[in-house]
Design a binder for this molecule. Structure first.
Ligand code: G3H
Ligand code: 13P
Ligand code: ZN
Length: 309
């Protein structure tokens, strides 16, 4: 099966009350771990590539690896640009075979965000590619940008944004954030479901996206620290809150940090137990398995998309 756009996937997810997992990819083991899990669960999948991942692995390597995953699994897969910073990066990904792009104009003024997003939508749609825009700003670290506080999405702005830009999906800020430190120690994790509800009322049938949706499972942080790491208290979004969101208008849930934690914890454990080993396959193999287990866990506990491919 060739790569697909997110259009049909989101339509089915909205109607079926589940969400698609959008997992960040940077190398072969990550791609294999994610796609093997999705295959075993017969789940639709979005593989997303950040500007940093394209710089690290190169566009052509990632595309060939994803092509191999398509051949190997036969699953419907979307290749998506995560946090497209400008028109040129989006164009380069569209020209290079991505089936979906995000243009992240969330740091710009409302009018500048609309103008940039509209420009990307025009080029993307002319090439059969779907576009995700963002309104509101998440706290947390993404690439080299660090945002201290949330700027929650204003429900009153979403209809105008979607109408004027023509975007196919919208990322909103309801209290999720990027990275492993989503809430201050001692603070209770909270999401603004009231904002999600208001947004969905104003955009009936329209797919909503949640970024920064890792749960930062304590066992993995503890394992990293048990094997020489020094992570401070890390707190994520509880899985049951995300499961609730997946049943609503949220059709795409972005997860990266949980895969990073699983991979790193496994490699640290491996070296602690096999200090003399130096064959990369010995530690990257278990790391790939840990990613696979994590993606299966997300499909079951958060997304609800098993059997929907
Ligand atoms: O939201 C950002 C993703 O976690 C990707 O991170 O820019 O370090 O590749 P990255
Ligand atoms: P996490 O850091 O919570 O995994 O979020 C990833 C993300 O939003 C990628 O765009
Ligand atoms: Zn993100």
């Amino acid at each position: 099966m060739p790569l697909v756009t997110s259009r049909d996937m989101f339509e089915k997810a909205y109607a079926g009350g589940y969400a698609i997992g959008a997992f960040n990819v940077n190398n072969m083991e990550i791609i294999q771990g994610i796609t093997e899990a999705a295959k075993e669960e017969n789940a639709p999948l979005i593989l997303q590539v950040s500007a940093g991942a394209r710089k690290y692995a190169k566009h052509v390597y990632l595309m060939k690896l994803i092509d191999a995953a398509l051949e190997d699994t036969g699953l419907p897969i979307v290749v998506h640009l995560d946090h497209g910073p400008d028109f040129e990066t989006c164009k380069s990904c569209i020209d290079g075979g991505f089936t979906s792009v995000m243009i992240d104009g969330s740091s710009k003024s409302f009018e500048d965000n609309i103008a940039l997003t509209k420009q990307v939508v025009e080029y993307a749609h002319a090439n059969g590619v779907t576009v995700e825009g963002e309104l509101g700003r998440l706290a947390g670290v993404e690439d080299d940008v660090n945002v201290e506080d949330h700027s929650y999405t204003e429900p009153d702005q979403v209809q105008e944004f979607v109408e004027r830009t023509g975007v196919d999906s919208l990322a909103i800020a309801i209290g999720t954030s990027h990275g492993a430190y989503k809430f201050k120690p001692g603070h209770k994790p909270q999401l603004r479901f009231d904002i999600l509800e208001e947004v969905s009322k104003r955009l009936p049938g329209f797919p909503i996206v949640l970024h920064g949706a890792s749960s930062v499972i304590p066992a993995f942080v503890q394992k990293i620290n048990a094997y020489g790491g020094a992570m401070p208290d890390a707190i994520g979004i509880p899985e049951d809150m995300l499961r609730q969101a997946a049943k609503s208008a949220v059709c795409k849930i972005n997860i990266d940090s949980d895969l990073r934690l699983a991979m790193t914890a496994t490699i640290r454990e491996y070296f602690a137990e096999h200090p003399a080993d130096f064959d990369p396959r010995q530690y990257l193999g278990p790391a790939r398995d840990a990613i696979k287990d994590m993606v299966k866990r997300k499909i079951t506990n958060v997304l609800g998309c098993a059997g929907k491919a």
